[in-house]
Design a binder for this molecule. Structure first.
Ligand code: NAP
Length: 306
């Protein structure tokens, strides 16, 4: 395979696929590198996506497949590889993968974000034995059992609603007295009879014996602690960018997001950041796809100057 490109897109979530679509249409010699051939990024773990224009209620996995099929039809080149480093060399960028080395005039970082860890005792110990970061992936293991979800954003509330359909009882533990999640999700959650919310409460420890048996929480107002018996603890307290590869290539902010505006231009010439990995106000599928288009538009201008 030709290993020198106009554009190397790293990551095949909505941002990377959006970039691949626009690169193909622009006639660029581009390739999209993905760790495995299941495209879609975070959305493949989402049961239903209801806020993408024209595809109401589509399943997350189906959405990833639909996006990929469109991009493949446009002639995009997919490479299955895991990139371990990106370095600049003689005005080009060299990406080292497990299966090959790729040289490109431009790079689009589109590796997205992953669930944050809480860092409480027992959390890492019980990952895969009751602690999970993905309700749609692991929820079925807790059918008819009691579970706890930690967090108050869209993901936590979506997870709690999904689990309420499978589990005996779900407790949502949130550190404040109001949820951050959208009002429609809040209404859907609070109408469930088998959901309880522990307000103003923080998780202190995951308790278990070989596998999870309870979550210890502390009420911030009263200082009281208690253990909620549960087989599963689902942690949904935000996201961290997957930006390790970009360190030393372009500037990141203090939380690890690549600093880039709506044009997706980073501090390094020829390097673009698209989707959840960049500094931005709204991290959604619809804005990630748009970023892919903007990154290619910016890169085309840069390539013409070479
Ligand atoms: P998020 O909106 O940042 O919410 C994180 C939640 O975790 C917040 O409620 C936060 O509490 C809580 N939290 C953070 N650190 C914590 C800690 N150390 N201990 C306890 N609680 C902690 O993150 P997200 O829910 O993962 O969503 C990520 C992005 O994806 C958001 O922009 C979201 O809107 C978007 N999203 C959208 C949809 C949709 O539109 N259907 C679905 C999923 C995700 P506080 O509220 O007190 O800060």
């Amino acid at each position: 395979m030709e290993n020198t490109f106009d554009m190397l897109i790293i990551g095949s979530g909505p941002a990377g696929l959006g970039a691949a679509l626009y690169a193909a249409r622009a006639g660029l010699n581009a390739a999209i590198v993905e760790k495995n051939p299941v495209s879609g990024g975070q959305i493949i773990n989402t049961t239903e996506v209801d806020n993408y224009l024209g595809l109401p209620g589509i399943g997350g996995y189906e959405m990833g497949e639909t996006f990929r099929a469109h991009v493949e039809k446009m002639g995009a080149v997919f490479i299955e590889d895991t990139i371990s480093s990106v370095k600049s060399s003689d005005g080009l960028y060299v990406a080292e993968g497990v299966s090959g080395t790729y040289t490109s005039k431009t790079i689009v970082f589109a590796m997205g974000a992953e669930r944050s860890r809480l860092g409480i005792p027992g959390e890492s110990e019980y990952v895969g034995r009751g602690v999970s970061y993905c309700a749609t992936c692991d929820g079925a293991f807790f059918r008819k059992k009691d579970t706890v979800v930690i967090g108050g954003g869209d993901v936590a509330v979506e997870d709690a609603i999904y689990l309420a359909g499978l589990c005996e009882h779900v407790t949502l533990v949130h550190r404040r007295d109001e949820l951050r999640a959208s009002v429609s999700l809040q209404n859907a959650l609070l109408s469930r009879e088998n959901v309880t919310v522990e307000w103003n409460s923080v998780a202190e420890e995951v308790i278990g014996e070989g596998k999870v048996t309870a979550l210890k929480i502390r009420n911030k107002e009263t200082g009281e602690t208690k253990e909620i018996p549960a087989s599963g603890v689902f942690i949904a307290v935000g996201m961290d960018p997957v930006s390790e590869l970009a360190k030393g290539v372009c500037d990141l902010n203090e939380r690890g997001y690549i600093i880039a505006g709506e044009d997706c231009v980073t501090s390094a010439p020829g390097v673009y950041a698209a989707g959840d990995i960049r500094t931005k106000h709204l991290r959604q599928v619809i804005t990630a796809v748009a970023d892919g288009a903007c990154a290619v538009s910016s890169a085309e201008v840069y390539i013409r100057t070479l």
